[in-house]
Design a protein around this ligand. Structure first.
Ligand SMILES: Nc1ncnc2c1ncn2[C@@H]1O[C@H](COP(=O)(O)OP(=O)(O)O)[C@@H](O)[C@H]1O
Ligand SMILES: [Mg+2]
Length: 250
């Protein structure tokens, strides 16, 4: 199960393309330029880490490429198809079918168990109870939580909560997973374990991962590194070594 080429024969084909993305917000009487004319392409199997300081436009960028928000100018193409002309309903469908999200604060539902949180997105799909249960078991095993399936989030550590959130993001078998500061609420060792898990899942599932973070240590897990500063994106090099030294944040 671990050799990536078996599972990712589409590796390298373009999956997502951002064209001249610009986002401006009007705040009071002034204009905030959150993103300025950003071009970006992610290929099948990519694991991209986008590093940048607070306020540089990271969350704005993720919201645009996941079609949660619309750009002021520019377009996002997913598998070659423009999203600009899609209705809200079509965008919601696209997100449900193709995109998984991971957040800084995990965003789990407190009254549900680990297994129920992971299963939650499947309730929107036409799957039998048995199929859902198979998927839950298999994804919880992949994130190393099969023994904790019946615990609620407040009975789990931060790292375990983020593992559930990762399971929930992957359970619909999306083609793209976006993570916004996934390690920001974890200590550095737990953060490293969570990043290593995402990298393993990227290799085994051929899912595109795009991780945005202000933490320079996270860049060590990238196949591809990008810097974002003041709404501009800059390519920061490619590296296939998981444990290579992170680039200085300067
Ligand atoms: N909804 C909004 N309304 C007004 N300004 C916003 C909004 N969202 C973000 N911004 C501004 O856009 C810039 C980029 O924000 P953001 O994408 O959240 O940065 P990051 O995630 O890198 O911290 C910041 O100056 C922020 O204040
Ligand atoms: Mg942010």
């Amino acid at each position: 199960m671990s050799h990536e080429s078996q599972f990712c024969h589409e590796r390298g084909l373009p999956f997502l393309e951002a064209q001249s993305l610009t986002k401006t917000y009007r705040v009071g009487g002034s204009t905030v330029h959150a993103l300025r004319d950003v071009d970006f392409t992610a290929a099948q199997g990519d694991f991209v880490v986008i590093n940048g300081p607070s306020g540089s436009g990271k969350t704005t960028f993720l919201n645009l490429i996941s079609a949660i928000d619309r750009p002021t100018e520019g377009d996002v193409l997913i598998e070659g198809a423009s999203t600009a002309a899609l209705s809200e309903r079509q965008l919601a469908q696209l997100r449900k079918d193709k995109i998984g999200l991971i957040f800084q604060t995990f965003n789990l539902i407190p009254v549900l168990t680990a297994a129920e949180n992971a299963e939650y997105p499947l309730l929107l799909q036409k799957l039998s109870r048995a199929e859902r249960s198979d998927r839950v078991q298999s994804i919880l095993a992949e994130v190393g939580l099969e023994d904790l399936a019946r615990r609620r989030p407040n009975e789990l550590s931060g790292g375990q909560r983020q593992r559930i959130a990762i399971a929930r993001a992957l359970i619909t078998q999306p083609k793209l997973v976006l993570a916004d500061e996934p390690t920001a609420n974890l200590d550095s060792e737990t953060g490293a374990q969570v990043m290593a898990l995402m990298r393993t899942l990227n290799e085994e599932h051929c899912v595109v991962f795009i991780v945005v973070t202000h933490d320079p240590a996270v860049a060590g897990y990238a196949r591809r590194r990008i810097r974002i500063h003041d709404g501009h994106l800059m390519e920061g090099g490619t590296d296939d070594l998981v444990d290579s030294a992170p680039k200085s944040p300067s």
